[in-house]
Ligand binder design. Structure first.
Ligand code: PLP
Length: 351
């Protein structure tokens, strides 16, 4: 496992916190905490558990992995950052991405001083294909330590097949980690790459409670990988990454009845995605609607600037994709409630 880790961090054990070694006692005077609680949030008097056992247990059950294959963090954004810092020497190693893709891979790499290599997705008019051969060639010919696969892709909506992911991981074994970012997996019908972890020491899967679970403000995400890799990542993470109120919210969200409520919300979003995509396809102002396994649709317009402006005038804020070279005429529209989606349609019909 160590060959994936930055050589100067291979024996690194991280910050020794007040929680290290799980001390037990009844009088807690080891962390300079206040001796009395604050009425604003009594549960937050003490520093939190770095990896709260109940949260880890519930994440493991929900995502069908073992507890020692789980690292919880402040959203998957933190885990992307930790992965880059743990594996890449600044100005020496890099990450490989397939644009158009989620912007944080590049931002985190650049902030750390890691190189960014690209193998662009292939545009097939209503779907995007992953350039598997180019990905493995570039990963082998450049000092690539991490390959980020976003599946379902943001903003493209495409899904990576588990067979292809497993083949790429096998090719890169001993050299690079394959990170499968499944932020939108709940909205897809394909199986999770978490099922590949036991067989592949270099696969990492990212999940988040920000999208399907409607907890973007709580900042809770998770990485899944083999236990030794999880231990290395944990050593390079913040000492107390998870705020107490966020952990409490996540534990409730990962229990009944909230699990069922989330499933119902996801089913509504999937049905609305289908309805919105079908209606958008019929509009004269629309040039293409990409198939999507996420909670959004990527749409090309005859005049994207006009569509964006008219939507804004109607008070509807969508994501402008036009700064990406291959998406100069595209907007990404998140799936809203039925009435919100109807407002989008009404506005675009009038173009
Ligand atoms: C939204 C998003 C994230 C960020 O998730 P957080 O858990 O909120 O940090 C990660 N990856 C992709 C592809 C996303 O779209």
């Amino acid at each position: 496992m160590k060959q994936y880790i930055r050589c100067d961090l291979r024996e690194y054990t991280g910050y020794v916190s007040a929680r290290t070694g799980n001390p037990s006692g009844t009088v807690w005077l080891n962390a300079n905490e206040a001796p009395e609680a604050n009425a604003a949030d009594p549960a937050s008097q003490r520093y939190p558990e770095p990896q709260p056992p109940e949260l880890i247990q519930r994440l493991a059950e929900y995502y069908e992995v073992a507890p020692n294959q789980v690292l919880a963090g402040r959203g998957s954004d933190e885990l992307i950052d930790v992965l880059i810092r743990t594996t890449c020497h600044a100005r020496q190693d890099g990450v490989l991405i397939s644009p158009p893709t989620f912007g944080m891979y590049r931002v985190s790499a650049e902030l750390h001083g890691a190189f960014v290599y690209e193998a662009p997705l292939i545009d097939n008019d209503t779907t995007w294909d992953i350039p598997w051969t180019t990905l493995s060639e570039r990963a082998l010919s450049e000092p690539v330590k991490l390959v980020f696969l976003c599946s379902p892709g943001n903003p493209t909506g495409n899904v990576a097949s588990l067979t292809d992911i497993a083949a790429l991981a096998a090719t890169l074994e001993g050299r690079a980690l394959v990170v499968v970012d499944e932020a939108y997996q709940e909205f897809a019908s394909a199986p999770s790459a978490a099922t590949l972890i036991a067989q592949h020491e270099n696969i990492v899967v990212l999940r988040t409670l920000s999208k399907a679970f409607a907890l973007a403000g709580a900042r809770v995400g998770a990485a899944f990988a083999q236990p030794k890799l999880i231990a290395h990542l944990r050593a390079c993470q913040a000492p107390y990454p998870l705020p107490t109120p966020s952990v409490a919210a996540a534990v409730v969200a990962l229990s009944e009845p909230q699990l069922s409520a989330t499933s119902a919300l996801v089913a509504m979003v999937i049905a609305e995605r289908q309805r919105l995509a079908e209606k958008l396809t019929l509009l004269p102002a629309v040039r293409a609607v990409y198939g999507s396994a996420g909670n959004f649709v990527l749409v090309r317009f005859a005049d994207a600037a006009l569509a964006f402006a008219r939507l804004l005038e109607a008070g509807i804020v969508v994501r402008d994709q036009r700064s990406a070279s291959e998406l100069g005429d595209a907007l990404r529209i998140s799936i809203g409630t039925r009435s919100e989606n109807d407002r989008v349609l009404a506005c675009l019909e009038a173009l």
